[in-house]
Design a protein around this ligand. Structure first.
Ligand code: ZN
Length: 477
């Protein structure tokens, strides 16, 4: 049977986190009442002239550099002409043949192997308006607040071979954008959007097969689902010797299927020409280097440091570096404790569970890294048991109080006084003769029951190792 290879390329639009739009002074605000952040420039009134927002340019350059692109010293804007109700100007200001950045890459890890995915280009452009179609099919509403919000489009090389690789690439891309404070990348608010191109070719064949483009995938999971569906659809057609039609497909979330939307436009359909109302962009080397200096330690470097410096397993390092805020939190905690792995365990366990259950951002967590480090310190010293520490952390997360204050207030200090524990142990032995006999008869489990009684008696405050030792010594006689 014919073997096929899948070829996927992604086009990602990322909204830049500027205060105002790209060519006018209108505010950028998600969720504002429709058509309230508009002016003659972004509405495309005759005679209105665009002026480039420098912050958008800075963010685009920073993004291009973070994606290992070469930043062009010379670039320009072009008009992409199309008629659609989401664009009152009937064109979009974009970049055609001279984008801000080109020839970059993102590294992903696929089943333990590093793989480089090329980035063709990063270009600046303005967003279009948002259309809402009536479910009854009788009307469409347009909100032009989004017109003119600065975007970068990041186009990958056709280097991705599976839907899973596409998801990994998107996750890494999103992390990089967030680390560099370029965008919040909220797919649910549309500040990160992804279109995917996919084609199949016979294994060994050099030229690409006919591709389709999938739109309307609103989560990384759906990108993966959409691509998997389309891969199978194309494969079935090719096996039946049917021709793939180059077209745009819409992903249907409920069914997980892709549905043909329209035939795909080619670049010449847009009649690109240089934007006459904006000057060319000329960048000095220093200007780009200043942007490079704004880039923090990126997720891949941080993962490596967490493994090498803190000795974390790769899995922990991956979880803890997904967002910069979480990675900062771990750094802040781990650098203050003896065993960084215990910091990782507390953060990945109880802390993230709390964050998830309450729908919080890391910045909203009431326990600061130094407070968590203090709690881990008192466990390491044996002042409280880890079991009690779980409750203390819960209380800390609710109240924001320090561990030491809660331990003091509730008298939670671990009992490590041998004399005191021995006394309690003798009392328990006296009232649990059956367990003692069981133990002597070889049922080792009986020891656990006696230790359990001790912990119950001391409300979990007894030092468990010590209790074990004392009890074993007493009943082994
Ligand atoms: Zn405006």
């Amino acid at each position: 049977m014919t073997e096929f290879e899948t070829v996927i390329g992604l086009e990602v639009h990322v909204e830049l986190g500027t205060q105002t739009k790209i060519f006018c002074g209108c505010a950028v605000e998600f969720g504002a009442p429709p058509n309230t952040h508009v002016c003659p420039v972004c509405l495309g009134s005759p005679g209105a002239l665009p002026v480039l927002n420098e912050e958008a340019l800075k963010l685009a350059i920073r993004a291009a550099l973070a994606l290992n692109c070469t930043v062009r010293q010379e670039s320009k804007f072009d008009r992409k002409n199309y008629f659609y109700p989401d664009s009152p100007k009937a064109y979009q200001i974009s970049q055609y043949d001279e984008p801000v950045g080109e020839h970059g890459f993102i590294e992903i890890t696929v089943q333990g192997e590093k793989k480089r995915i090329g980035i063709t280009r990063v270009h600046l452009e303005e967003d279009a308006g948002k259309l809402t179609h009536s479910p009854y099919g009788d009307a469409s509403l347009v909100d032009l607040n989004r017109v003119g919000i600065p975007l970068i489009e990041i186009v990958s090389e056709p280097d991705l071979r599976t839907a899973e690789e596409a998801r990994l690439y998107l996750e890494e891309l999103k992390s990089i954008m967030q680390y560099c404070a370029i965008s919040e990348c909220k797919m649910e608010e549309g500040s990160l959007r992804c279109d995917a191109n996919i084609s199949l070719r016979e294994v060994g064949q050099r030229e690409l097969g006919t591709k389709t483009e999938i739109k309307n995938m609103n989560s990384f999971r759906n990108v993966q689902r959409g691509l998997e569906y389309e891969e199978q659809r194309q494969k079935k057609m090719l096996l039946k010797n049917e021709k793939i039609v180059q077209q745009t497909m819409r992903f249907h979330e409920e069914s997980g299927a892709t549905v043909a939307m329209r035939s795909k436009e080619d670049a010449h359909d847009y009649r690109y020409f240089p934007e006459p109302d904006l000057p060319r962009i000329s960048l000095s080397r220093e200007y780009s280097e200043e942007r490079r200096a704004e880039i923090p330690e990126l997720p891949a470097e941080r993962r490596q440091r967490f493994v090498e410096v803190y000795g974390l397993p790769l899995y922990d390092a991956e979880v803890l570096t997904v967002t910069k805020a979480l990675a900062d939190y771990f750094d802040g905690t781990a650098s203050r404790v003896r065993d960084p792995k215990s910091a990782s365990n507390w953060i990945m366990g109880d802390l993230l569970a709390h964050v998830k259950a309450n729908g919080l951002e890391m910045e909203q967590v009431r326990v600061k890294p130094e407070q968590l480090a203090e709690l881990i310190g008192v466990i390491e010293k044996g002042t409280i048991s880890s079991k009690i520490a779980k409750n203390v952390l819960k209380e800390m997360l609710d109240s924001g109080k320090d561990a030491k204050v809660i331990i003091e207030e509730q008298g939670l200090i671990q009992i490590s006084d041998e004399g005191q524990l021995r006394e309690i142990a003798l009392r328990i032995i006296a009232t649990n003769k059956k367990s003692v006999e069981d133990f002597k008869a070889g049922k080792e489990k009986a020891l656990g029951a006696l230790v359990g009684q001790m912990m119950k008696e001391t409300k979990g405050k007894a030092n468990p190792q010590l209790v074990n030792q004392i009890m074993l010594a007493l009943i082994s006689d």
